[in-house]
Structures are given as structure tokens and as C-alpha cells.
Design a binder for this molecule. Structure first.
Ligand code: KIV
Ligand code: ZN
Length: 516
């Protein structure tokens, strides 16, 4: 298999992401992690940009031992000198020189004719050659450069001493077919091309950076440039992890591989995200939080039967522990049962699982992700099986900060559904007055506590109440995403227990302990 070199520009093009500004220490930390990941080349910065950049590149150059450390330079002597200074102390130093070649850049930015571009590139590569063995030359905006002129520039760069010619699709304009064709043409037409490496550098303006990089590989590119998490100027660069995993997963198709230690990918991604402050979107390929999460019932069922049904990459490959079965409203009974077993509820009967699944679906309808804690709370909602004298059917609460709260409650009773509307000092008070009116029971609220089971505004709320009637006390528990509903459920639960206790005081409740 052909080796594809990985040129990481997280610290240069990646740092050009709007709002990102890494200090020297952060750059060194990322560089050392990139080294553990096994990238071949690290572009550490643009030394001529500022003394701070130069110092940071120098710190990286001194810290890194196994990768080539490269500094970026415009085609100017003072930029090349700045890189010389910056990479002093590197085990394996290199320079990346660039000069725009496209008609738009020649006319508006450089104000140069083709001949001047050729002459400048030749002179600057030769100047750099006095100091560097490893010289990468980039015809900036190669993607929009006339193909025959690009061939001419490439041939000149090879003759002048470049060891790598990089083909930047600077503005992310090309399609995979067009980009691949540039590599094919260069390979066919440029004399001496076999003596250098060809590199691909893509931007993601049209969402094609990874596809373009892969097309370049299929057409002979030896090196891919990119960043971790695909960060970079505007829409970013090719995401290195995407290319690496595409080559790994489709090895037979590409017949090419990187030397990356894939198990370091997740860690590297987290570090870059943390230090740059650029949050990785949940649906980002390979490193997004949802990349190995399955929510739909059909997918979860398939995953549990055989992971390869819905997973082409195992999370362990990139250093993650396991795929996540996220329980939500699309989850099915199979995944739910697995989760119960996972949580230690492995002795439930079919009937109990069904009852729990019903409750879970209820919560999942109102809450995006149902966490393990939510499920535990649901299972433990009813610790002692009690005959249901009353069951909450419906609840409407009206609250006005300038008026009196009222609640309309419907309870299922032995005589059918009964409804009552009552007012109170607060919403909970009005609910409890309405329930009292329906039940006809005279009870005292001895205790009321509320807590959140999980985090976030859509967390499950758990209410505990203690009711008292003469000598008899009973506690009840209610869980819901709505604290008023949880309050009503807890009260009805306590009422049922209180009635049961009053009617059968000697029953040994421990025998009836169940989880749902
Ligand atoms: O995108 C680009 O053209 C660049 C060059 C400096 C190579 O980043
Ligand atoms: Zn770029």
C-alpha cells in the first residue's frame, strides 16, 4: 500500500479560523499531541506574521522530535529568513513557500504578469534552497489557475529545488473530479514530477474538502494537508481524521494508508477543540458526539444484533470506549431492555419491562434524551405495589402572577373518571385541593420535597410527599419532566398507599417490593 504523508496545518491554517488565537504553550501542547497522533509534518505557524508567531514556531520546533516542523513564508526573502530563525533547533526543519498563480490573484493581488510570477517563484525557491533541504512550494489558488500555467509553475518549482509541490484549492471551489484531474495532468505532463511529492490542500467552502483530498489521492497525491476537526480559514480545511478514517475503512478501494496512530484521534480532537474554543458539531464525521450514537429503534435493534449493520467504523478505532445507544423517542423495546440489563435490572418480568417501557416512552415524548438516571428514577417510581384507588388522568394548571392559581384535575376512580377544579395559594396547593375534593379523603401534607433527577431545563423532576391521616402516614413519589405533574403523581401515589395502609395494616410490604 502506498503511504500518504500527513501534513498538519492546525497550528497555521487552523489557527487562521476566525476567533482562534493560540498562545505558545497551547501550540506546543497541540504539537506534542500531533506527534503522538503520528503526523509526518507539522506546519507550526507563519513566523513573519509577528514576533509572537516566530517565537511560537520556535518553541514547537524545539519540542517536537519525530515530525518535520515547518514554517510558512510568502515568496519574500525576509519571510524565508523569519522561517530560518523560527525553525532553528528543530530535529527536521522545513519551509513552506507560496506565491499566488491564478489570474484573479495575479491581476488584483500581486499585480504581476505570468512571467513575473515564474521569475519570483524561481528566485525564492533557489534562495530558500541555500538553507533548507525540505522545501514545499504552493502555487496559491492553484484550483483557479490555468492548467497549462500550473504545469509550467510546477515544472519550474521542481527544477528550482522544491521537494513537495502543493496544490491549494484556496477558496474551496473545485469538485472532486476537477481537483483529481489536476493531479492526473501534472503527473502526465510535468517533467521530473517523479522526483518530488505532490500534496493536496483543500478548503471546505462547498463542503468538498475531504472528497477533494481523496480524489487527489486516487490521482497520485502523496501528501494530504489538513487540520484536526477541519478547522481553518472560513469554512475550514480538510479534516485529517476524515481522510485517515476513509483510507482505513476503505483500504482496498484506496490502496493507500497513513502512518497515523488512529487511537489518538479522539484525544487530539478534544484537545484542539478545548484549546481553540471551536466546538465540534455533534454530527461532525468521526469526532462529533453523535458519530457513534444510535437513536432510532430500528438502528438500535440492528446494532444490538450485529454492530456492522449500522456502524462502518468502531469507536475503539479512534480511541473511544464504545458506541452509545441514546435512548430517546425513537428507541425501541430491544434497546430499552438492553439498557435495563446494563443498569442492573436484569430480573424483570416481561410484564414489568412492558410497564417500564410505557413510562419510558411517555418521558421520551417530552424529553430529548432519556439518561440512565431518568430510567432509574422511572423504575423506582413505585417501590411498593399498591392497589390503585386513584390514578391521575389529566391535569390543567392555570397560573397568573397577579391572580389566584387554579388546577383542574381528572382522576380515574372505581366509579369512573372524576374531575374537579380548585384554587390554592400556589399551583401545587391548587392541585392538592382538587385531588382532595375528588378523593373525599381528609389528609394532611406532612412533607413535600422536590429535586431534579438529571441536569438541564428538560430534566426529570422528582417529588416526594408524606401524607398523614390520624395515626397513618404514607409517602408517595412522582417523577415527570414537569414538576407540577410530578407533584400530582406523588400526591396520588401517597393517597393510594395511605388508603391501602389504613385498610390492610398488617400486610408485610417487604414481600411486595418490586422495581416498577
Ligand atoms: O489555502 C491556501 O492557499 C494556503 C496556502 C498558504 C497554501 O493555505
Ligand atoms: Zn489554506
Amino acid at each position: 500500500m502506498r503511504k500518504i504523508y500527513i501534513f498538519d496545518t492546525t497550528l497555521r491554517d487552523g489557527e487562521q479560523s476566525p476567533g482562534v488565537n493560540l498562545n505558545t504553550q497551547e501550540k506546543v501542547e497541540i504539537a506534542l499531541q500531533l506527534e503522538r497522533l503520528g503526523v509526518d509534518r507539522i506546519e507550526a505557524g507563519f513566523p513573519a506574521a509577528s514576533p509572537g508567531d516566530l517565537a511560537a514556531v520556535n518553541a514547537v520546533a524545539r519540542a517536537v522530535k519525530n515530525a518535520t516542523v515547518i514554517g510558512l513564508a510568502r515568496s519574500r526573502e525576509q519571510d524565508i529568513d523569519a522561517v530560518r530563525e523560527a525553525v532553528k533547533g528543530a530535529q527536521d526543519p522545513g519551509i513552506h513557500l507560496f506565491l499566488a498563480t491564478s489570474p484573479i490573484h495575479r491581476k488584483h493581488k500581486l499585480k504581476m504578469e505570468k512571467e513575473q510570477v515564474l521569475e519570483t517563484a524561481d528566485r525564492m525557491i533557489r534562495y530558500a534552497k541555500q538553507y533548507f533541504d525540505k522545501i514545499e512550494f504552493s502555487p496559491e489558488d492553484a484550483g483557479r489557475t490555468e492548467l497549462d500555467f500550473l504545469c509550467e509553475v510546477t515544472e519550474l518549482a521542481v527544477k528550482a529545488g522544491a521537494t513537495v509541490v502543493n496544490i491549494p484549492d484556496t477558496v474551496g471551489y473545485l469538485t472532486p473530479y476537477e481537483y483529481g484531474n489536476i493531479f492526473k495532468t501534472l503527473k502526465e505532463k510535468v517533467a521530473g514530477i517523479e522526483n518530488i511529492q505532490l500534496s493536496a490542500h483543500c478548503h471546505d467552502d462547498l463542503g468538498m474538502a475531504t472528497a477533494n483530498a481523496l480524489a487527489a489521492i486516487l490521482n497520485g497525491a502523496d501528501q494530504i494537508e489538513g487540520t484536526i476537526n477541519g478547522i481553518g480559514e472560513r469554512a475550514g480545511n480538510t479534516a485529517i481524521e476524515e481522510v485517515a478514517l476513509a483510507l482505513h475503512t476503505r483500504a482496498e478501494y484506496f490502496n493507500a494508508k497513513t502512518a497515523l496512530n488512529l487511537k489518538e484521534i479522539a484525544k487530539t480532537s478534544r484537545l484542539v477543540s478545548k484549546l481553540t474554543g471551536m466546538v465540534v458539531p455533534g454530527n461532525k464525521a468521526i469526532v462529533g458526539a453523535n458519530a457513534f450514537a444510535h437513536e432510532s429503534g430500528i438502528h438500535q435493534d440492528g446494532m444490538l444484533k450485529e454492530k456492522t449493520t449500522y456502524e462502518i467504523i468502531s469507536p475503539e478505532t479512534i480511541g473511544l470506549k464504545d458506541s452509545k445507544l441514546v435512548l430517546g423517542k425513537h428507541s425501541g423495546r430491544h434497546a430499552f431492555r438492553e439498557k435495563l440489563v446494563d443498569l442492573g435490572y436484569d430480573k424483570l418480568t416481561e410484564e414489568q419491562v412492558n410497564a417500564a417501557f410505557g413510562k419510558f416512552k411517555d418521558v421520551a415524548d417530552r424529553k430529548k434524551n432519556v439518561s440512565d438516571e431518568d430510567i432509574r428514577a422511572l423504575l423506582e417510581e413505585k417501590i411498593i405495589e399498591t392497589p390503585e384507588v386513584f390514578a391521575l388522568e389529566h391535569l390543567v394548571v392555570s397560573f397568573d402572577s397577579h391572580g389566584t392559581p387554579s388546577a383542574s384535575v381528572k382522576l380515574k376512580t372505581a366509579q369512573g373518571i372524576k374531575q374537579h377544579t380548585a384554587e390554592g395559594n400556589g399551583s401545587v396547593d391548587s392541585i392538592y385541593h382538587a385531588i382532595d375534593a375528588i378523593s373525599g379523603e381528609v389528609v394532611e401534607l406532612d412533607d413535600y420535597t422536590i429535586k431534579s433527577v438529571t441536569d438541564g431545563t428538560d430534566a426529570l423532576g422528582e417529588v416526594h410527599v408524606v401524607l398523614k391521616q390520624g395515626e397513618v402516614t404514607a409517602q408517595g413519589r412522582g417523577v415527570s419532566t414537569d414538576i407540577l405533574e410530578a407533584s400530582a403523581r406523588a400526591y396520588v401515589d401517597a393517597l393510594n398507599r395511605l388508603i391501602d395502609k389504613r385498610n390492610a395494616p398488617t400486610r408485610n410490604r417487604r414481600d411486595n417490593v418490586t422495581l416498577i
